[in-house]
Design a protein. Structure first.
Length: 296
């Protein structure tokens, strides 16, 4: 017993215990990071080519007007780029110029929205129903070739105000490209996909929603972009004849006053507005066509 006690070792009194390990608090979860879109070298090169092309066009315009070239096409009375730019800067500082732009944009928004809703609906129904196509298609084929200018007198008689008649003319311009492209997209739906979906027990509504509409989306997007361009053409025709405000009226009024630089200002503003609105339509329809990139 005494030997067992002797062999038992007692820890030293002055021994310091090891410090306890304290777990550090976990860092807070990182919030959503903003990822900027990456621009590839090909996109940068494309932008460079666009800038070079526009620069060469402006340079050619300057040389032709500065030398007053009169060879088959007369540039003697065409204003130079600098005069047009000075006129544009002067108009930007006035409120009436922005009023013209705002009125035209409002008319486009109303008429184009109506054309999209009605045009896509009519195109889808015509594509899936022979009866609807036989009843509606004759009217489209007869009315579609009529230019927007020819509608102006009748539109003024039909609608109570000039504003509503201009919106109606613009609506007609955007309607027909949307209807025909939607119809084309529905007709191009692969029949094998329709039969495969039906063999799995899908109803007609399921086939229409999950097969027909996705297959027609590329054509619908093309029709929306084309309809936007045609709607600007129709809008300007209506504003020139019966409008009191709008960028088309601004351009026609400049022609009546023989103000050449304002004519070019109006033309360029129309071009940029049409380009910007068409680009906006393509940007809005791009998410619906993301599946095309994944299948390539």
């Amino acid at each position: 017993m005494s030997q067992a006690l002797k062999t038992t070792e007692t820890p030293p009194v002055n021994a310091t215990p090891e410090p306890a390990v304290v777990a550090s608090p976990a860092p807070p979860p990182a919030g959503p990071t903003l990822r900027l879109p990456r621009i590839s070298a090909a996109q940068i090169g494309n932008l460079g080519l666009v800038a070079l092309s526009l620069t060469l066009g402006v340079l050619a315009w300057h040389l032709l007007t500065a030398n007053k070239v009169d060879f088959y096409i007369n540039f003697q009375n065409v204003p130079s780029p600098w005069r047009v730019f000075d006129a544009f800067v002067a108009h930007v500082q006035t409120g009436i110029f922005w009023t013209h732009i705002g009125v035209s944009m409002r008319r486009i928004l109303i008429s184009y929205s109506l054309a999209c809703a009605l045009g896509i609906g009519i195109g889808l129904v015509m594509g899936r129903s022979r009866l609807a196509r036989s009843l509606i298609m004759p009217y489209i084929e007869v009315v579609r070739p009529i230019p927007a200018v020819a509608w102006i007198p009748l539109a003024i008689l039909m609608w109570p105000t000039e504003e509503s008649s201009i919106i109606y003319i613009t609506f007609l311009g955007a309607l027909f490209p949307i209807v025909l492209n939607t119809l084309h997209g529905v007709e191009q739906t692969p029949e094998v996909l329709v039969r495969a979906t039906q063999s799995l027990g899908a109803s007609r509504w399921d086939v229409f929603r999950h097969v027909v509409i996705p297959a027609a989306l590329p054509s619908i997007a093309a029709g929306l972009a084309i309809g936007m361009g045609v709607s600007w053409f129709s809008l300007l025709a209506g504003e020139i004849i019966s409008g009191q405000y709008g960028i088309g009226y601004f351009t026609w009024n400049a022609y009546s006053l023989i103000n050449y630089q304002d004519i070019v200002v109006g033309m360029l503003v129309i071009g940029f507005l049409g380009t910007g609105s068409t680009a906006a339509v393509k940007l809005l329809t791009a998410p619906m066509l993301a599946w095309q990139k994944r299948t390539r």
